[in-house]
Design a binder for this molecule. Structure first.
Ligand code: PGA
Length: 259
């Protein structure tokens, strides 16, 4: 698993259950037709698994773009109908995988224990796990944000070696902000990112570690720059606004830094 530092900002597009192979090719052609953002950091696109190869092939002209799977099962192969394994995702061109996205947790009942197994499978296969954590509205209102996200963090990383933790990515995605149009304020994001950063520092025995922490939840071209400017926000994980090439290009442009 590469533990090279990720150029900031890390901009990640989660297409969820949208864009089949032909649409993925069209998206990439339209996106790549626009001038590349200057100093754009890192970019990872998470298409549906059936579109991974098409999206990756269509982006061959821009080798800096990485692709990832939205989910994996922790066994490498066998009789697990409907699942894809880390080696299969890798064979299709994935370098990363989302683990514990809130829709996996809340729609499909994925547990903390399962996120730990998935991160372990990703890391042993050479895929970078992008572990997603986030509290529900009820948990936030009950003052439990930090307890919840730190529990999810520790469980997700529990089976990784220190080196593998150092090579992972994190995404803080408050459940109440995903797909709702309600975004955490940059200050909310900074507060939770700071708690996550300290907790990773404790695991690694290194408070100055370089594990990137992305923010996700109703990011759009209008709020991306302010979120990226928030202290401790190393990148963005974008759902709905990543499905349109122009909107995704505008978000990528908000990661530009002056020369
Ligand atoms: P959203 O989704 O940007 O549509 O809120 C973010 C995510 O779920 O990763």
């Amino acid at each position: 698993m590469p533990s090279t530092p990720w150029p900031r900002p890390v901009l990640a597009a989660n297409w969820k259950m949208n864009l089949g192979p032909a649409e993925a090719r069209q998206f990439m052609a339209a996106y790549l037709a626009q001038p590349p953002a200057r100093h754009a950091g890192s970019m990872i696109i998470f298409p549906p698994a059936v579109s991974l190869v098409a999206a990756r092939d269509a982006a061959a002209a821009r080798p800096g773009i990485q692709f990832g799977a939205q989910n994996i099962y922790w066994e490498d192969k066998g009789a697990f109908t409907g699942e894809i394994s880390a080696p299969l995702a890798r064979a299709a061109g994935a370098t990363c995988v989302l683990v514990g996205h809130s829709e996996r947790r809340h729609v499909f009942g994925e547990t903390d224990e399962e996120t730990g197994r998935k991160c372990e499978a990703a890391a042993r296969t050479g895929l970078t796990p992008v572990l997603c954590v986030g509290e529900t509205l009820g948990q936030r209102e009950a003052g439990e944000t930090e307890t919840v996200v730190l529990r999810q963090l520790r469980a997700g990383l529990a089976r990784l070696t220190r080196e593998q933790v150092a090579g992972a990515l994190l995404a803080y995605e408050p459940v109440w902000a995903i797909g709702t149009g309600r975004t955490a304020t940059p200050a909310d994001a900074s507060t939770t990112h700071a708690a996550l950063r300290v907790a990773v520092g404790v695991i690694l025995g290194d408070p100055h570690h370089g594990v990137p922490i992305l923010y996700g939840g109703s990011v759009n071209p209008g709020n991306a720059a302010a979120l990226l400017a928030a202290p401790g926000v190393d990148g963005l994980l974008v759902g709905g606004a990543s499905l349109d090439p122009a909107s995704w290009a505008a978000i990528a442009a908000s990661g530009e830094r002056p020369d």
